[in-house]
Write a protein that binds this ligand. Structure first.
Ligand SMILES: CCCCCCCC(=O)CC(=O)SCCNC(=O)CCNC(=O)[C@H](O)C(C)(C)COP(=O)(O)OP(=O)(O)OC[C@H]1O[C@@H](n2cnc3c(N)ncnc32)[C@H](O)[C@@H]1OP(=O)(O)O
Ligand SMILES: NC(=O)C1=CN([C@@H]2O[C@H](COP(=O)(O)OP(=O)(O)OC[C@H]3O[C@@H](n4cnc5c(N)ncnc54)[C@H](O)[C@@H]3O)[C@@H](O)[C@H]2O)C=CC1
Length: 313
């Protein structure tokens, strides 16, 4: 009862916070997802601060954004290379970088986290930022598989906390899953929904249930593909060709796993297995665990199920 009362108090204490128009965005984590979200937010006129643990990582992230913008410009400004270059520079001016998440959060309407898929690390960072971020600032996580309720639990802004789950590659994928917990206020949810639309994405509304919509369907498919191959029922190449040509997927499951990152997939499966140990769907997958132990995390490290000549970043 005391817990329930505390939740209600928190909810009402911030009821003065109405729909927040998101202009200044801090993105924690400049990896595949954080850099992609930063690119899209900067392209749509937001002022973005990208935060990571070192200047070297941030340099690589900004280089990745520039590379991705060049791909966009090649098509959009095919006949006007100078206008294309101007466009890239304008977008890049909207992106600043920092290794100090606290000072970045102090100037933000939204703090969006896209760091490693680890509950404790995500909780710790939000706990720290909760103390320094302005009252109106909304917190959101891009987690693939962790309950938003659990991530939010170390903060005092449960009503201003939600999920914003983007898809990889962010500049190309149109979907955002907007996740409300039982404590997320309507104003917060509407602000996140509106932000997704301003980014040019199509939002869908999700409950805070494991894997939301897409990953609840995609992860079982992916693990079954690996097990099918482990049983000797098909080569990786044949499974990928089969799903591309037989089911119309743009990538086969092994290509997609490498693209997403095998470490992220292992974090998801291990996490779900710990919560539901008797579910055979999430039992350890030998081949995946071996590749992760060897540091073969997919495209981002140059090798996963396949070998890659060119790294993503
Ligand atoms: C897996 C289960 C476990 C998941 C758990 C964690 C993950 C999650 O939580 C949620 C997820 O994100 S799941 C992954 C969702 N993503 C997908 O399914 C991607 C599937 N692949 C594709 O759509 C295309 O192969 C793709 C669009 C990537 C590339 O298209 P193509 O194959 O045709 O190759 P390209 O010819 O290189 O590209 C086509 C056009 O797209 C442009 N482009 C691609 N990447 C870009 C990027 N990063 N930035 C900017 N532009 C980009 C490229 O320039 C090209 O444009 P055009 O030349 O005009 O056609
Ligand atoms: N890879 C994918 O396809 C998708 C991943 N996600 C989720 O997005 C999140 C990030 O995934 P990726 O971008 O793929 O990972 P990644 O490994 O490419 O990038 C993670 C980044 O976070 C940084 N980081 C780690 N701890 C940090 C801290 N305490 N402070 C600041 N930065 C920190 C790392 O240095 C790294 O640059 C995960 O929660 C993942 O589940 C969601 C949708 C798709």
């Amino acid at each position: 009862m005391a817990f329930f009362t505390r939740q209600l108090c928190r909810h009402f204490s911030s009821s003065a916070v109405r729909n927040v128009v998101i202009k200044n965005v801090t993105i924690i984590g400049g990896g595949q997802m954080g850099a992609g979200i930063a690119q899209v937010a900067a392209t749509t006129g937001h002022s973005v601060t990208l935060v990571d643990t070192s200047d070297d990582i941030l340099k690589t992230a900004v280089k990745g954004i520039e590379g991705s913008l060049k791909r966009v410009v090649k098509k959009k400004f095919a006949d006007k290379p100078e206008a294309g270059e101007e466009f890239i520079q304008k977008v890049l001016r909207n992106v600043s970088t920092s290794t100090d998440s606290g000072s970045a959060a102090q100037r933000s309407d939204l703090v969006l986290e896209a760091i490693v898929e680890n509950l404790k690390i995500k909780q710790d960072i939000f706990h720290q930022l909760d103390k320094v971020a302005p009252e109106h600032t909304i917190f959101a996580s891009n987690t693939s598989s962790l309950p938003i309720t659990d991530i939010a639990s170390t903060t005092s802004r449960l009503d201003r906390f939600g999920g914003l789950h983007f898809f990889n590659p962010v500049p190309m994928m149109k979907l955002v899953e907007v996740v409300a917990t039982s404590a997320t206020s309507k104003e917060t949810f509407d602000s996140l929904l509106n932000f997704s639309k301003v980014l040019g994405k199509t939002p869908v509304s999700c409950k805070d249930s494991p894997g939301f919509i897409v990953n609840r369907l995609l992860v079982p498919y992916l693990v079954e593909a690996v097990r099918l191959h482990e049983r000797g029922h098909g080569s990786k190449e044949d499974v990928d060709i089969a799903m591309k040509l037989g089911a119309g997927h743009p990538m086969g499951p092994f290509e997609l796993a490498d693209y997403v990152g095998l470490d992220t997939i292992k974090f998801i499966i291990d996490g779900w297995s710990a919560k539901d140990p008797s579910n055979p769907l999430f039992a350890p997958i030998e081949m995946l665990n071996k590749l992760v132990a060897e540091g073969k995390l997919g495209k981002k490290t140059g090798e996963g199920f396949y070998k890659y000549k060119r790294l993503i970043k």
